[in-house]
Design a binder for this molecule. Structure first.
Ligand code: UT7
Length: 325
């Protein structure tokens, strides 16, 4: 019989520097960019975000989150036989951040690779790890979302630079006789590449095109609300359950208004929605595992409960997963 896969530990890490909206607004004012705590809170729900120090990379954040997840799972690094890192801000063009993380954890030999699906990256990575566990090619996987988005922000563009932050979240996924991951649903539509992208690329020893994030916020907002509802229903249908089976929704943390709208469409009260955007900002691929870890550690999410996670982001990519904890 094919094994199931189950999350047996979670971990999260935020770099120590917390930047409030007021602090960011004061910094931006020096550059002639006008924004305010009031605007940011009202339109996004964000109060603060964390920024990594200049010499700190995604793999550094990933290592901290991974060590916490391994400790929670009571798993030694040497037991890990698969590492997948979701990131859009890798340490290097190559090799993968997963290989760098593997070395930092002091292990060698198991497969390690990155997944690039921007803010949906963690859902993609967890779905791949689940498939590999079910196929019998891994028994104890480390799945991580890690980002240093502060590196790719255009601090002259107030429509994007106030939204994002840095951080990492991780889970340990083990083969199990009882179901953990119940169903998943992944999608992409490349016609929307230009809506949210970092268009630059390396060529002939230089970066051609902008290396900074650009986004059509309103278009992304509308698309996000529509696809998140569809993918949630698809996952619930695959799992053979209805919305009433969901104990917690852990959505990608981009904007409180997107989360409220999704919850409304899924007939879930906001007290079943894990919200960390206020303190984390949008940490892209790290946002879901960070939020999951937060709610596990504060005792909100308990063993046996059904958690619906869902992500949406550049690509356009989107997806969801129903997980029994
Ligand atoms: O993680 C990937 C997924 N990403 C997302 O889900 C992001 C989705 N989009 C959003 O969250 C929202 O569209 C934003 C937060 C980006 C923008 O919120 P909005 O309510 O759609 O604002 P808007 O773009 O309609 O802008 C309204 C006004 C504009 O001024 P005018 O033209 O009405 O005079 C903007 O110039 O707000 C202005 N504005 C700002 N004002 C102060 C835009 N950014 C700022 C700012 N501070 N930071």
């Amino acid at each position: 019989m094919r094994p199931y896969s189950r999350i047996v530990g979670t971990g999260g890490y935020l770099p120590p520097r917390r930047v409030t909206n007021d602090e960011l607004a004061a910094d931006l004012a020096k550059r002639g960019v006008e924004t305010s705590d009031e605007w940011i809170v009202e339109r996004t729900g964000i109060h603060a975000r964390h920024f990594a120090a200049p010499d700190v990379t995604s793999s550094d954040l990933a290592e901290q989150a991974s060590r916490r997840a391994l400790e929670a799972a009571d798993v030694a690094p040497g037991e890990i036989d698969l590492i997948i890192v979701a990131t859009s801000t890798p340490d290097m063009v190559f090799p993968s951040t997963a290989c760098i993380l593997q070395h930092k954890l002091g292990i060698a030999g198991c497969p390690a690779f990155d997944v690039q699906a921007v803010c949906s990256g963690f859902v993609y990575a967890l779905a791949v790890a689940d498939a590999m566990v079910q196929a019998g090619t891994a028994r104890c996987a480390l799945v991580v979302g890690a980002e240093v988005f502060s590196r790719i922000l255009d601090f002259s563009d107030r429509t994007t630079c106030v939204l994002f932050g840095d951080g990492a979240g991780a889970v340990v996924l083990k083969a199990s006789d009882t179901p953990g991951i119940l169903a998943s649903d992944l999608h992409a539509d490349g016609q929307h590449v230009g809506l949210l992208c970092v268009p630059g690329h390396v060529s002939g020893g230089a970066v051609l095109g902008s290396p900074l994030l650009t986004m059509d916020g309103q278009a992304v907002f509308k698309l996000a609300v529509s696809v998140l509802e569809k993918t949630a229903h698809a996952t619930l249908q695959k799992a053979g359950v209805t919305e009433s089976a969901v104990d917690w929704l852990v959505p990608h943390q981009a904007n409180i208004r997107i989360m409220q709208s999704t919850a409304r469409r899924l007939h879930l009260p906001m007290d079943k929605v894990v919200v960390t955007v206020g303190e984390h900002g949008n940490t892209s691929a790290a946002s879901i595992p960070l939020a999951l870890d937060h709610a596990v550690r504060d005792g909100s999410i308990r063993p046996g409960q059904n958690v619906l996670i869902e992500g949406v982001g550049g690509g356009f990519t989107w997806g969801s997963m129903l997980v029994k904890m």
